[in-house]
Design a protein around this ligand. Structure first.
Ligand code: DGL
Length: 268
């Protein structure tokens, strides 16, 4: 059956464009509708209750704008705390980024410690260790909040001395036997090179966004669209900022006319 409904994607802000980029690379024939809640970003510092409430607002907005065939939760912090609530809310499949990231980490580890880097909210939720354990992993897992990586990525300070020194300071807290590092936040792929530069050679770095795109491809495999793909971007504030940050996060420039401003549906 052909299904040309778009893939719905949402995030707390612009960071999820890294996941959108992975989806568009893996599924170039699919249309996408992306919502960034730029009026209320960041989510990583907020309570789980607030993140669940915001996430519900976002999916209601997304499905009211378009009849999407799947919702991809690009934000790790939302994926960590809100997936059950969102699954209950929607009739279409809901896919977060944590399950695929955890599976990719399991495929990469050679028996050493898996280190998950994320926001304070993602770390506090325990979602990655819980998911890894549910997948049968019995080895050691550590989680580490790296909050400064988010503003560094948005400031464009992703290469050179400053991000490398910040990465060194954070990652010095990891145990010596780490063999796999999960980039458990939408922004961290931009810091990949800085993170790589302070890790021992041979440490695997896993990007949950790319792994999620593979998973989404499997979920919608039987319902692939054939028409020319269309891509729509929505924000809840400051569209110019998304235009400015798109090259770094999405990997290509966008025009102001590609981004629409929407009000989130605030119902509880
Ligand atoms: N999108 C968030 C995440 O992946 C990072 C930015 C934020 O704190 O909202 O966890």
């Amino acid at each position: 059956m052909n299904d040309d409904r778009p893939i719905g994607v949402f995030d707390s802000g612009v960071g999820g464009l890294t996941v959108l980029a992975a989806l568009q690379r893996r599924l170039p024939q699919e249309s996408t509708l992306y919502l960034g809640d730029t009026a209320r970003v960041p989510y990583g510092t907020r309570s789980a209750e607030t993140v669940v409430r915001y996430a519900k607002n976002n999916v209601r907005t997304l499905v009211s704008v378009s009849d999407v065939k799947i919702v991809v939760v690009a934000c790790n912090t939302v994926s960590a705390v809100a997936l059950p609530a969102l699954t209950q809310e929607l009739r279409v499949p809901v896919v977060g980024v944590i399950d695929a990231g955890a599976r990719a980490a399991l495929a990469a580890t050679r028996g050493g410690t898996i280190a998950v880097l994320g926001t304070a909210g993602t770390v506090r939720s325990g979602a990655y260790p819980r998911t890894l354990a549910a997948l049968g992993h019995t080895g050691h897992v550590v989680t580490l909040a790296c909050p400064l990586f988010v503003p560094l990525a948005e400031e464009g300070w992703t290469h050179g001395d400053i991000p490398e020194r910040v990465a060194k300071k954070y990652l010095a807290q990891l145990p010596n036997d780490v063999d796999t590092v999960v980039l458990g936040c939408t922004h961290y792929p931009l810091l990949h090179d800085a993170i790589r530069s302070v890790l021992p050679a041979g440490t695997a770095i896993v990007d949950g966004g790319a792994a999620t795109a593979e998973h989404v491809a499997r979920v919608i495999a039987a319902r692939t669209a054939s028409m020319a793909a269309q891509h729509r971007l929505l924000v809840t504030d400051a569209p110019e900022q998304m235009v400015q940050l798109a090259p770094a996060f999405l990997g290509r420039p966008i025009a102001r006319s590609d981004v629409d401003l929407v009000d989130v549906q605030m119902t509880a």
